[in-house]
Design a protein around this ligand. Structure first.
Ligand SMILES: Cc1ncc(COP(=O)(O)O)c(C=O)c1O
Length: 389
């Protein structure tokens, strides 16, 4: 049936036909608790009423005009995001990798406008993931993503993750920016250490731009509006995507005024970027995230999940299963698993649970941010039944 789809994703033997809340159904009518959520896209699960209503209303208005004109949902979303995140300007694209491509362009242009020497370097970290297009791929600190696609754009240096001395030593007069994920998600849910956070602040004080890739960590996933802010960082550029469009393709670059001032008419653009239907969904997403008490509630339910995971890991370790520790923050979480990750994912699926992986040996859990307490209990129970010797 799928003979004409390119095989780049490997075998895909599950067809999802419906979603509702935290659950999805396959073509055979089996129900799964969705802890993949489109890889951190469906932050409010499936068919969340305010998102569906916003999309429907915009569909009946117009689907697309052009960035030659103002489109109201885009204007309103730019304001909502800048206000929520303490930034000054927004540019919209369609995906995470595009957001990072744009951020890299903007950082380079800013460097030039500041009259810096033509040599320019953007620092990134091993195990990072910034996307699959050329500059994002060059910035990505995983050889398996880059290998065989050269020549890649120049001007990137990948430093060992969580090595503050290496970072301090690398920052110099050619350092235009540091592009980082506050928690390296795809690379294995690695949280930046306090020392690296301090080193990032020092680099910024010396004139390097901080570009926070919050594509997976941002917009509530860690229980905070931005993971980098919660770490005490104040980025100059922030990239967002995944949950932003409520399931529709949408990415954003948020800039400080000082950086935005370096970008001029004609410097960047996109035909579809900031599509009004996606932006209408985005407004609903931001509205839901900012509902009073919502993020505090996410933190509370995520803490319950963590407690459940920690006791599960303790029990399973005592039974001789190689697992733990629990990693991540909020609902970007999971645990190291020493067994066969693919076999474990299959066992989870047989028990009605969809989970993802990260890095070499991490089972990644990305439940909807509005997952209910009973569903958290069901998640733990299904992991328990799937983790057998
Ligand atoms: C941190 C991070 N940056 C960038 C990307 C790329 O986003 P997209 O697949 O929308 O291009 C991802 C996707 O997994 C990501 O997790």
């Amino acid at each position: 049936m799928s003979d004409y789809l390119l095989h780049n994703y490997g075998p895909r033997d599950l067809t999802i036909v419906r979603g509702q809340g935290s659950w999805v159904w396959d073509a055979q009518g089996n129900r799964y608790l969705d802890c993949v959520t489109g890889v951190a896209v469906n932050a409010f699960g499936h068919q969340h009423a305010p998102i569906v209503a916003a999309v429907k209303a915009q569909l009946e208005c117009y689907l697309h005009a052009s960035n030659l004109y103002l489109m109201e949902p885009q204007v309103r979303l730019a304001e909502a995001l800048c206000r929520a995140m303490g930034m000054d300007k927004a540019f919209f694209g369609n995906s995470g990798t595009e957001a990072n491509e744009g951020a890299i362009k903007f950082a380079r242009r800013h460097w030039l406008e500041k009259g810096k020497p033509s040599k320019i370097e953007i620092l990134t970290f091993t195990s990072s993931f910034h996307g699959r297009t050329y500059a994002s791929m060059a910035a990505t600190g995983q050889e398996k993503i880059r290998a065989g696609f050269g020549p890649l754009p120049e001007g990137f240096r990948v430093l060992p993750v969580n090595d503050a001395s290496a970072l301090r030593a690398a920052v110099g007069p050619d350092t235009a920016a540091i592009l980082f994920e506050p928690i390296l998600a795809e690379g294995g849910i690695i949280t930046l250490s306090q020392e690296v956070i301090d080193a990032l602040k020092e680099a910024q004080a010396k004139g390097a731009l901080l570009i926070a890739d919050e594509i997976q960590t941002g917009l509530g996933r860690t229980g905070e509006i931005l993971a980098s802010r919660a770490m005490g960082l104040d980025p100059d550029i922030i990239t967002l995507a995944k949950p932003l469009g409520g399931g529709l393709p949408l990415g954003a670059i948020l800039l400080r005024e000082a950086v935005a001032a370096s970008i001029h008419v004609g410097d960047h653009g996109s035909t579809f970027g900031g599509n009004p239907v996606a932006c209408a969904a985005g407004l609903a997403v931001v509205g839901e995230l900012l509902r009073p008490g919502f993020l505090a509630d996410v933190r509370e339910r995520a803490a319950a999940l963590r407690t459940g995971l920690e006791s599960l890991i303790q029990r399973k370790s005592a039974q001789g299963i190689d697992c733990g520790p629990v990693v991540g923050k909020g609902f970007l979480t999971g645990f190291r698993f020493g067994g066969d990750l693919g076999a474990f994912q299959k066992a989870c699926r047989a028990n009605g649970l969809l989970v993802h992986r990260a890095g070499q040996d991490v089972i990644r859990l990305l439940p909807p941010l509005n997952i209910m307490n009973e569903e958290i209990a069901a998640l733990i129970d299904r992991l328990d039944r799937s983790m057998v010797l």
